[in-house]
Design a protein around this ligand. Structure first.
Ligand SMILES: Nc1ncnc2c1ncn2[C@@H]1O[C@H](COP(=O)(O)OP(=O)(O)OP(=O)(O)O)[C@@H](O)[C@H]1O
Length: 456
Protein backbone atom coordinates (compact mmCIF):
# COMPACT_ATOMS: atom_id res chain seq x y z
CA UNK A 1 0.00 0.00 0.00
CA UNK A 2 1.84 3.08 -1.22
CA UNK A 3 1.08 6.78 -1.26
CA UNK A 4 1.54 8.20 -4.73
CA UNK A 5 4.74 10.09 -5.41
CA UNK A 6 3.27 13.37 -6.64
CA UNK A 7 1.85 14.25 -3.25
CA UNK A 8 3.72 16.53 -0.93
CA UNK A 9 5.41 14.26 1.61
CA UNK A 10 4.46 16.53 4.51
CA UNK A 11 0.85 16.59 3.52
CA UNK A 12 -0.15 13.03 4.12
CA UNK A 13 -3.48 14.08 5.72
CA UNK A 14 -5.00 13.60 2.25
CA UNK A 15 -3.70 10.04 2.25
CA UNK A 16 -5.04 9.55 5.74
CA UNK A 17 -8.50 10.79 4.76
CA UNK A 18 -8.51 8.60 1.68
CA UNK A 19 -7.42 5.58 3.67
CA UNK A 20 -10.13 6.31 6.28
CA UNK A 21 -12.74 6.41 3.51
CA UNK A 22 -11.44 3.22 1.95
CA UNK A 23 -11.52 1.42 5.29
CA UNK A 24 -15.01 2.66 6.10
CA UNK A 25 -16.21 1.35 2.78
CA UNK A 26 -14.46 -1.98 3.26
CA UNK A 27 -15.99 -2.31 6.71
CA UNK A 28 -19.45 -2.13 5.17
CA UNK A 29 -18.66 -4.35 2.24
CA UNK A 30 -19.97 -7.82 3.04
CA UNK A 31 -17.43 -10.47 2.24
CA UNK A 32 -16.27 -13.86 3.48
CA UNK A 33 -12.74 -12.54 3.51
CA UNK A 34 -11.16 -10.74 6.46
CA UNK A 35 -8.82 -7.77 6.26
CA UNK A 36 -6.12 -6.35 8.43
CA UNK A 37 -3.54 -3.63 8.02
CA UNK A 38 0.00 -4.35 9.15
CA UNK A 39 2.55 -1.55 9.40
CA UNK A 40 6.21 -2.42 9.50
CA UNK A 41 8.46 0.16 11.14
CA UNK A 42 12.17 0.05 10.47
CA UNK A 43 14.37 2.82 11.83
CA UNK A 44 12.67 6.00 10.54
CA UNK A 45 10.92 4.25 7.71
CA UNK A 46 7.64 2.46 7.71
CA UNK A 47 5.60 0.56 5.22
CA UNK A 48 2.12 -0.93 5.36
CA UNK A 49 0.26 -3.79 3.84
CA UNK A 50 -3.43 -4.45 3.57
CA UNK A 51 -3.64 -8.19 4.17
CA UNK A 52 -6.62 -10.22 2.94
CA UNK A 53 -7.05 -13.60 4.52
CA UNK A 54 -9.40 -16.51 4.69
CA UNK A 55 -8.99 -19.93 6.26
CA UNK A 56 -9.78 -22.31 3.44
CA UNK A 57 -8.42 -24.80 0.93
CA UNK A 58 -7.87 -23.63 -2.63
CA UNK A 59 -9.47 -20.23 -2.40
CA UNK A 60 -6.67 -18.25 -4.00
CA UNK A 61 -8.91 -17.31 -6.92
CA UNK A 62 -11.56 -15.95 -4.58
CA UNK A 63 -9.01 -13.82 -2.75
CA UNK A 64 -7.64 -12.49 -6.04
CA UNK A 65 -11.17 -11.55 -7.11
CA UNK A 66 -11.61 -9.70 -3.83
CA UNK A 67 -8.30 -7.92 -4.42
CA UNK A 68 -9.53 -6.75 -7.82
CA UNK A 69 -12.72 -5.36 -6.25
CA UNK A 70 -10.71 -3.51 -3.63
CA UNK A 71 -8.39 -2.15 -6.24
CA UNK A 72 -11.37 -0.74 -8.14
CA UNK A 73 -12.73 0.75 -4.93
CA UNK A 74 -9.34 2.27 -4.14
CA UNK A 75 -9.14 3.86 -7.59
CA UNK A 76 -12.41 5.70 -7.05
CA UNK A 77 -12.34 6.35 -3.29
CA UNK A 78 -8.62 6.72 -2.64
CA UNK A 79 -6.95 7.91 -5.87
CA UNK A 80 -3.67 8.73 -4.10
CA UNK A 81 -3.20 5.28 -2.67
CA UNK A 82 -1.75 2.54 -4.80
CA UNK A 83 -2.44 -1.08 -3.94
CA UNK A 84 0.26 -3.36 -5.27
CA UNK A 85 -0.17 -7.07 -5.18
CA UNK A 86 2.61 -8.78 -3.24
CA UNK A 87 2.91 -12.51 -3.65
CA UNK A 88 2.67 -14.23 -0.29
CA UNK A 89 5.09 -16.94 0.71
CA UNK A 90 4.35 -19.79 3.03
CA UNK A 91 6.11 -18.41 6.10
CA UNK A 92 6.15 -14.66 5.66
CA UNK A 93 3.59 -11.94 5.92
CA UNK A 94 3.91 -10.11 2.60
CA UNK A 95 5.22 -6.59 3.07
CA UNK A 96 6.02 -4.18 0.27
CA UNK A 97 9.76 -3.60 0.21
CA UNK A 98 9.69 -0.33 -1.67
CA UNK A 99 10.45 2.47 0.77
CA UNK A 100 10.95 5.01 -1.97
CA UNK A 101 7.52 6.64 -1.65
CA UNK A 102 5.78 8.33 1.21
CA UNK A 103 6.26 6.69 4.55
CA UNK A 104 2.87 5.19 4.72
CA UNK A 105 0.59 4.44 6.54
CA UNK A 106 -0.39 5.11 10.12
CA UNK A 107 -1.23 2.26 12.45
CA UNK A 108 -4.96 1.96 12.92
CA UNK A 109 -6.97 0.90 15.85
CA UNK A 110 -10.22 0.86 13.93
CA UNK A 111 -12.71 -1.61 15.21
CA UNK A 112 -16.15 -1.43 13.67
CA UNK A 113 -19.04 -1.43 16.09
CA UNK A 114 -21.11 -4.38 15.12
CA UNK A 115 -22.81 -6.31 17.85
CA UNK A 116 -21.32 -9.66 18.69
CA UNK A 117 -23.63 -12.59 19.13
CA UNK A 118 -23.74 -12.16 22.93
CA UNK A 119 -25.23 -8.66 22.48
CA UNK A 120 -28.07 -9.99 20.40
CA UNK A 121 -30.60 -10.19 23.12
CA UNK A 122 -32.45 -7.03 22.19
CA UNK A 123 -35.86 -6.66 23.73
CA UNK A 124 -38.28 -4.94 21.32
CA UNK A 125 -41.88 -5.09 20.11
CA UNK A 126 -41.68 -2.79 17.07
CA UNK A 127 -39.48 -4.49 14.49
CA UNK A 128 -37.45 -2.08 12.39
CA UNK A 129 -35.13 -4.40 10.48
CA UNK A 130 -32.06 -6.56 10.94
CA UNK A 131 -28.47 -6.22 12.05
CA UNK A 132 -25.92 -5.52 9.32
CA UNK A 133 -23.05 -7.71 10.57
CA UNK A 134 -22.85 -10.35 7.79
CA UNK A 135 -23.09 -13.37 10.09
CA UNK A 136 -25.98 -11.78 12.05
CA UNK A 137 -27.91 -10.35 9.11
CA UNK A 138 -31.02 -12.37 9.89
CA UNK A 139 -31.19 -11.19 13.52
CA UNK A 140 -34.21 -8.83 13.87
CA UNK A 141 -33.88 -5.59 15.78
CA UNK A 142 -36.30 -2.88 16.85
CA UNK A 143 -37.55 -0.50 19.51
CA UNK A 144 -39.99 -0.75 22.45
CA UNK A 145 -43.49 0.76 22.42
CA UNK A 146 -42.96 2.02 25.96
CA UNK A 147 -40.03 4.17 24.77
CA UNK A 148 -41.93 6.09 22.08
CA UNK A 149 -43.32 8.58 24.62
CA UNK A 150 -39.80 9.80 25.14
CA UNK A 151 -39.92 10.69 21.44
CA UNK A 152 -38.24 9.51 18.27
CA UNK A 153 -35.90 11.44 15.97
CA UNK A 154 -35.42 10.22 12.39
CA UNK A 155 -32.63 12.05 10.59
CA UNK A 156 -31.11 11.73 7.12
CA UNK A 157 -30.60 13.49 3.82
CA UNK A 158 -33.20 13.39 1.07
CA UNK A 159 -33.72 9.88 -0.23
CA UNK A 160 -31.94 8.18 2.67
CA UNK A 161 -35.05 6.25 3.77
CA UNK A 162 -36.63 8.40 6.51
CA UNK A 163 -40.26 8.15 5.33
CA UNK A 164 -39.97 4.39 4.94
CA UNK A 165 -38.69 4.14 8.54
CA UNK A 166 -41.45 6.42 9.84
CA UNK A 167 -44.01 4.31 7.94
CA UNK A 168 -42.75 1.10 9.58
CA UNK A 169 -43.16 2.67 13.02
CA UNK A 170 -46.56 4.19 12.14
CA UNK A 171 -48.11 0.97 10.86
CA UNK A 172 -46.95 -1.13 13.82
CA UNK A 173 -48.13 1.41 16.38
CA UNK A 174 -51.52 1.55 14.66
CA UNK A 175 -51.77 -2.25 14.96
CA UNK A 176 -50.91 -1.98 18.65
CA UNK A 177 -53.89 0.30 19.33
CA UNK A 178 -52.26 3.72 19.08
CA UNK A 179 -53.82 6.70 17.39
CA UNK A 180 -51.32 7.70 14.71
CA UNK A 181 -51.40 11.12 13.01
CA UNK A 182 -48.92 11.82 10.21
CA UNK A 183 -48.33 15.46 9.33
CA UNK A 184 -47.34 14.85 5.73
CA UNK A 185 -45.54 18.01 4.57
CA UNK A 186 -44.96 16.92 0.94
CA UNK A 187 -47.94 14.57 0.55
CA UNK A 188 -45.62 11.57 0.11
CA UNK A 189 -47.57 9.13 2.30
CA UNK A 190 -50.94 9.47 0.62
CA UNK A 191 -50.23 7.15 -2.29
CA UNK A 192 -49.03 4.42 0.05
CA UNK A 193 -51.97 4.73 2.39
CA UNK A 194 -54.22 1.72 2.92
CA UNK A 195 -55.18 1.71 6.60
CA UNK A 196 -55.01 5.47 7.16
CA UNK A 197 -57.66 8.12 6.53
CA UNK A 198 -56.23 10.87 4.30
CA UNK A 199 -57.29 14.46 5.02
CA UNK A 200 -56.67 16.80 2.09
CA UNK A 201 -58.05 20.13 0.80
CA UNK A 202 -61.72 20.37 1.86
CA UNK A 203 -61.51 17.47 4.30
CA UNK A 204 -58.80 19.17 6.42
CA UNK A 205 -60.03 19.91 9.97
CA UNK A 206 -60.91 23.61 10.14
CA UNK A 207 -59.26 25.39 13.05
CA UNK A 208 -60.42 28.46 14.94
CA UNK A 209 -57.41 30.49 16.05
CA UNK A 210 -59.40 32.22 18.80
CA UNK A 211 -60.60 29.01 20.45
CA UNK A 212 -57.29 27.66 21.74
CA UNK A 213 -56.52 27.33 25.44
CA UNK A 214 -53.53 29.51 25.87
CA UNK A 215 -53.33 32.89 24.21
CA UNK A 216 -49.58 32.83 24.88
CA UNK A 217 -49.16 29.75 22.69
CA UNK A 218 -51.33 31.30 19.97
CA UNK A 219 -49.20 34.46 19.98
CA UNK A 220 -46.00 32.37 20.04
CA UNK A 221 -47.05 30.30 17.02
CA UNK A 222 -48.17 33.28 14.94
CA UNK A 223 -45.16 35.42 15.93
CA UNK A 224 -42.71 32.67 15.08
CA UNK A 225 -44.11 31.88 11.64
CA UNK A 226 -45.00 35.45 10.65
CA UNK A 227 -41.73 36.79 12.11
CA UNK A 228 -43.38 39.48 14.18
CA UNK A 229 -41.28 42.11 15.90
CA UNK A 230 -41.74 42.60 19.67
CA UNK A 231 -44.13 45.58 19.26
CA UNK A 232 -46.17 43.65 16.64
CA UNK A 233 -46.26 40.67 18.95
CA UNK A 234 -47.51 42.80 21.82
CA UNK A 235 -50.18 44.34 19.62
CA UNK A 236 -51.28 40.88 18.47
CA UNK A 237 -51.68 39.88 22.10
CA UNK A 238 -53.97 42.82 22.87
CA UNK A 239 -55.85 42.24 19.65
CA UNK A 240 -56.55 38.57 20.36
CA UNK A 241 -57.71 39.38 23.90
CA UNK A 242 -60.25 41.85 22.51
CA UNK A 243 -61.27 39.55 19.63
CA UNK A 244 -62.20 36.78 22.09
CA UNK A 245 -65.36 38.77 22.89
CA UNK A 246 -66.40 38.76 19.23
CA UNK A 247 -68.65 36.00 17.86
CA UNK A 248 -66.49 35.41 14.82
CA UNK A 249 -62.91 35.73 13.65
CA UNK A 250 -62.66 37.19 10.17
CA UNK A 251 -61.08 40.11 8.35
CA UNK A 252 -63.96 42.39 9.36
CA UNK A 253 -63.70 41.71 13.10
CA UNK A 254 -59.90 41.83 12.88
CA UNK A 255 -59.85 45.28 11.23
CA UNK A 256 -62.59 46.55 13.51
CA UNK A 257 -60.65 45.60 16.67
CA UNK A 258 -57.37 46.82 15.21
CA UNK A 259 -58.86 50.24 14.55
CA UNK A 260 -60.14 50.43 18.14
CA UNK A 261 -56.62 50.16 19.50
CA UNK A 262 -55.46 53.66 20.10
CA UNK A 263 -52.50 54.75 18.03
CA UNK A 264 -50.91 57.82 19.51
CA UNK A 265 -47.96 58.07 17.18
CA UNK A 266 -46.90 57.37 13.62
CA UNK A 267 -44.79 54.58 15.02
CA UNK A 268 -47.79 52.71 16.51
CA UNK A 269 -49.74 53.23 13.28
CA UNK A 270 -46.90 51.54 11.43
CA UNK A 271 -46.94 48.63 13.87
CA UNK A 272 -50.67 48.19 13.23
CA UNK A 273 -50.24 48.31 9.46
CA UNK A 274 -47.36 45.83 9.52
CA UNK A 275 -49.33 43.44 11.72
CA UNK A 276 -52.37 43.65 9.43
CA UNK A 277 -50.15 42.96 6.41
CA UNK A 278 -48.49 39.94 8.03
CA UNK A 279 -51.79 38.46 9.28
CA UNK A 280 -53.48 38.95 5.92
CA UNK A 281 -52.82 35.42 4.47
CA UNK A 282 -55.13 34.01 7.18
CA UNK A 283 -58.07 35.90 5.67
CA UNK A 284 -57.41 34.99 2.02
CA UNK A 285 -59.45 32.33 0.19
CA UNK A 286 -56.87 29.66 1.09
CA UNK A 287 -56.77 30.81 4.71
CA UNK A 288 -60.57 30.61 4.94
CA UNK A 289 -60.47 26.98 3.82
CA UNK A 290 -58.41 25.93 6.83
CA UNK A 291 -59.27 28.46 9.52
CA UNK A 292 -62.83 28.63 10.85
CA UNK A 293 -64.38 31.92 11.91
CA UNK A 294 -66.87 30.78 14.56
CA UNK A 295 -66.79 26.98 15.07
CA UNK A 296 -65.16 25.35 18.07
CA UNK A 297 -62.08 23.25 17.59
CA UNK A 298 -62.77 19.54 17.79
CA UNK A 299 -60.63 16.58 16.87
CA UNK A 300 -62.15 14.01 19.24
CA UNK A 301 -64.83 12.77 16.84
CA UNK A 302 -62.32 12.33 14.07
CA UNK A 303 -59.92 10.35 16.27
CA UNK A 304 -62.80 8.16 17.43
CA UNK A 305 -63.69 7.32 13.82
CA UNK A 306 -60.18 6.93 12.43
CA UNK A 307 -57.21 5.82 14.49
CA UNK A 308 -54.75 6.39 11.66
CA UNK A 309 -54.81 9.79 9.95
CA UNK A 310 -52.58 11.32 7.28
CA UNK A 311 -52.89 15.10 7.05
CA UNK A 312 -51.86 16.07 3.53
CA UNK A 313 -50.26 19.43 4.28
CA UNK A 314 -49.09 19.81 0.69
CA UNK A 315 -52.67 20.73 -0.18
CA UNK A 316 -52.00 24.07 1.60
CA UNK A 317 -49.94 25.95 -0.99
CA UNK A 318 -48.97 29.03 1.01
CA UNK A 319 -45.97 27.90 3.10
CA UNK A 320 -46.65 30.29 6.00
CA UNK A 321 -50.26 29.08 6.22
CA UNK A 322 -49.01 25.49 6.06
CA UNK A 323 -46.66 26.10 8.99
CA UNK A 324 -49.32 27.92 11.05
CA UNK A 325 -51.87 25.20 10.36
CA UNK A 326 -49.43 22.41 11.30
CA UNK A 327 -48.49 24.03 14.59
CA UNK A 328 -52.12 24.74 15.54
CA UNK A 329 -53.09 21.18 14.66
CA UNK A 330 -50.30 19.86 16.89
CA UNK A 331 -51.57 22.20 19.61
CA UNK A 332 -55.15 21.00 19.19
CA UNK A 333 -54.16 17.34 19.52
CA UNK A 334 -51.71 17.79 22.38
CA UNK A 335 -54.16 20.03 24.31
CA UNK A 336 -56.80 17.30 24.01
CA UNK A 337 -54.42 14.81 25.62
CA UNK A 338 -53.11 17.22 28.22
CA UNK A 339 -56.59 18.35 29.30
CA UNK A 340 -58.22 14.94 29.61
CA UNK A 341 -56.74 11.49 29.87
CA UNK A 342 -57.47 9.65 26.61
CA UNK A 343 -58.08 5.92 26.30
CA UNK A 344 -55.65 5.42 23.41
CA UNK A 345 -52.10 6.80 23.35
CA UNK A 346 -51.09 8.81 20.30
CA UNK A 347 -48.01 9.28 18.16
CA UNK A 348 -47.61 12.36 15.97
CA UNK A 349 -45.28 11.86 13.03
CA UNK A 350 -43.95 15.26 12.07
CA UNK A 351 -42.35 15.15 8.60
CA UNK A 352 -39.91 17.85 7.48
CA UNK A 353 -39.94 19.10 11.05
CA UNK A 354 -37.19 21.68 10.42
CA UNK A 355 -39.91 23.77 8.74
CA UNK A 356 -41.73 24.41 11.99
CA UNK A 357 -39.73 23.07 14.94
CA UNK A 358 -37.32 25.97 14.79
CA UNK A 359 -34.75 26.89 17.41
CA UNK A 360 -36.54 29.84 18.94
CA UNK A 361 -40.09 28.55 19.18
CA UNK A 362 -41.07 28.37 22.86
CA UNK A 363 -44.26 26.49 22.05
CA UNK A 364 -42.51 23.52 20.40
CA UNK A 365 -39.67 23.51 22.95
CA UNK A 366 -42.18 23.34 25.81
CA UNK A 367 -44.23 20.74 23.97
CA UNK A 368 -41.44 18.23 23.45
CA UNK A 369 -40.46 18.25 27.11
CA UNK A 370 -44.03 18.17 28.52
CA UNK A 371 -46.29 15.93 26.46
CA UNK A 372 -44.76 12.57 27.24
CA UNK A 373 -46.56 12.30 30.61
CA UNK A 374 -49.89 12.49 28.79
CA UNK A 375 -49.55 9.52 26.44
CA UNK A 376 -48.30 11.57 23.48
CA UNK A 377 -45.20 10.52 21.56
CA UNK A 378 -43.62 12.71 18.89
CA UNK A 379 -41.68 11.33 15.96
CA UNK A 380 -39.62 14.15 14.48
CA UNK A 381 -38.44 13.51 10.94
CA UNK A 382 -35.95 15.90 9.35
CA UNK A 383 -33.16 16.17 6.82
CA UNK A 384 -31.62 19.07 8.68
CA UNK A 385 -30.92 18.47 12.39
CA UNK A 386 -28.96 21.73 12.51
CA UNK A 387 -32.12 23.72 11.68
CA UNK A 388 -34.26 22.39 14.49
CA UNK A 389 -34.29 23.23 18.13
CA UNK A 390 -31.55 21.64 20.32
CA UNK A 391 -34.45 20.64 22.61
CA UNK A 392 -35.46 18.13 19.92
CA UNK A 393 -32.01 16.54 19.93
CA UNK A 394 -32.02 16.51 23.73
CA UNK A 395 -35.51 15.08 24.11
CA UNK A 396 -35.56 12.34 21.47
CA UNK A 397 -34.63 9.17 23.25
CA UNK A 398 -34.79 6.97 20.20
CA UNK A 399 -32.60 8.22 17.36
CA UNK A 400 -32.55 6.65 13.91
CA UNK A 401 -29.85 8.17 11.76
CA UNK A 402 -29.84 7.52 8.05
CA UNK A 403 -27.11 8.82 5.77
CA UNK A 404 -26.09 12.39 6.70
CA UNK A 405 -23.69 14.27 4.44
CA UNK A 406 -23.35 17.74 5.95
CA UNK A 407 -20.48 18.09 8.44
CA UNK A 408 -22.55 20.46 10.59
CA UNK A 409 -25.45 17.98 10.84
CA UNK A 410 -23.04 15.12 11.57
CA UNK A 411 -21.47 17.17 14.30
CA UNK A 412 -24.83 18.04 15.91
CA UNK A 413 -25.93 14.42 15.89
CA UNK A 414 -22.71 12.94 17.18
CA UNK A 415 -22.58 15.52 19.99
CA UNK A 416 -26.13 14.75 21.06
CA UNK A 417 -25.52 11.02 21.45
CA UNK A 418 -21.75 10.65 21.94
CA UNK A 419 -21.18 8.36 18.95
CA UNK A 420 -17.86 6.61 18.50
CA UNK A 421 -15.66 8.09 15.78
CA UNK A 422 -16.17 4.93 13.71
CA UNK A 423 -19.91 5.51 13.57
CA UNK A 424 -19.45 9.22 12.88
CA UNK A 425 -17.18 8.32 9.94
CA UNK A 426 -19.71 5.88 8.57
CA UNK A 427 -22.67 8.32 8.80
CA UNK A 428 -22.24 9.72 5.27
CA UNK A 429 -21.69 6.31 3.70
CA UNK A 430 -24.89 4.53 4.71
CA UNK A 431 -26.99 3.10 1.87
CA UNK A 432 -30.71 4.06 1.61
CA UNK A 433 -32.54 2.12 4.30
CA UNK A 434 -29.42 1.58 6.46
CA UNK A 435 -29.29 3.52 9.71
CA UNK A 436 -27.55 3.93 13.02
CA UNK A 437 -30.00 3.10 15.80
CA UNK A 438 -29.67 4.43 19.32
CA UNK A 439 -32.44 3.51 21.77
CA UNK A 440 -32.85 2.71 25.47
CA UNK A 441 -33.26 -1.02 24.75
CA UNK A 442 -29.86 -1.41 23.11
CA UNK A 443 -26.54 -1.11 24.88
CA UNK A 444 -24.73 0.98 22.28
CA UNK A 445 -25.65 2.48 18.91
CA UNK A 446 -25.65 -0.11 16.13
CA UNK A 447 -25.96 -0.10 12.36
CA UNK A 448 -29.14 -1.74 11.09
CA UNK A 449 -30.84 -2.42 7.78
CA UNK A 450 -34.46 -1.20 7.97
CA UNK A 451 -37.17 -3.35 6.39
CA UNK A 452 -38.88 -1.97 3.31
CA UNK A 453 -42.62 -1.28 3.56
CA UNK A 454 -44.87 -0.80 0.52
CA UNK A 455 -48.02 0.63 2.09
CA UNK A 456 -49.23 1.76 5.47
N1 LIG B 1 -35.30 0.12 4.09
C1 LIG B 1 -35.20 0.29 2.78
N2 LIG B 1 -34.78 -0.71 1.98
C2 LIG B 1 -34.67 -0.51 0.64
N3 LIG B 1 -34.96 0.64 0.01
C3 LIG B 1 -35.36 1.67 0.74
C4 LIG B 1 -35.51 1.55 2.17
N4 LIG B 1 -35.94 2.73 2.64
C5 LIG B 1 -36.08 3.55 1.59
N5 LIG B 1 -35.73 2.92 0.45
C6 LIG B 1 -35.78 3.50 -0.91
O1 LIG B 1 -35.06 4.73 -0.90
C7 LIG B 1 -35.80 5.75 -1.56
C8 LIG B 1 -36.01 6.93 -0.63
O2 LIG B 1 -36.81 6.51 0.46
P1 LIG B 1 -37.64 7.51 1.36
O3 LIG B 1 -38.62 8.27 0.54
O4 LIG B 1 -38.15 6.77 2.53
O5 LIG B 1 -36.47 8.52 1.78
P2 LIG B 1 -36.60 9.93 2.51
O6 LIG B 1 -35.35 10.09 3.32
O7 LIG B 1 -37.87 10.04 3.24
O8 LIG B 1 -36.56 10.92 1.29
P3 LIG B 1 -37.23 12.39 1.23
O9 LIG B 1 -36.52 13.26 2.21
O10 LIG B 1 -36.97 12.77 -0.19
O11 LIG B 1 -38.69 12.22 1.54
C9 LIG B 1 -37.10 5.11 -2.04
O12 LIG B 1 -36.95 4.77 -3.40
C10 LIG B 1 -37.23 3.87 -1.23
O13 LIG B 1 -37.87 2.84 -1.95
Amino acid sequence: MLGKQELDTQNNSILQRELDNLLDTLARHSSEIDYTIITYVHKRRKTSALVLFKKCDNCEEEILEEYKTIQELATSIAPHIVLQLVKPTKDLIPMPNSFGNIAYARVFDRVYDSPKSEDNNIDFDIELGTLTTPELSSVPVGIRTSDVFRHIGIFGTTGSGKSNTASIIASQLLEKGFNVVILDWHGEYIERSKNFKVLSNDSLVKLNILKFNSIDDTVEILSDVLQLTDPQRFMLYILLMKLKKYPSFNLKSFISVLSQIESTSNWSKEVKMALARKMYPIFTAEGKKIFASSDSNDITTLLQSYHGIIVNLSSIKNIKLRKIYSLFLIKLITDLYMDNKQAMPIILIIEEAHNYFSTDNDFTNKLISEVRKFGVGLCIVTQSPSSISPEVMKNTNIKIIHSIKSDLDKHIISDSMSLSSNLVNIMDKLDPGDAILSAPNIKQPIIIKINKINYI
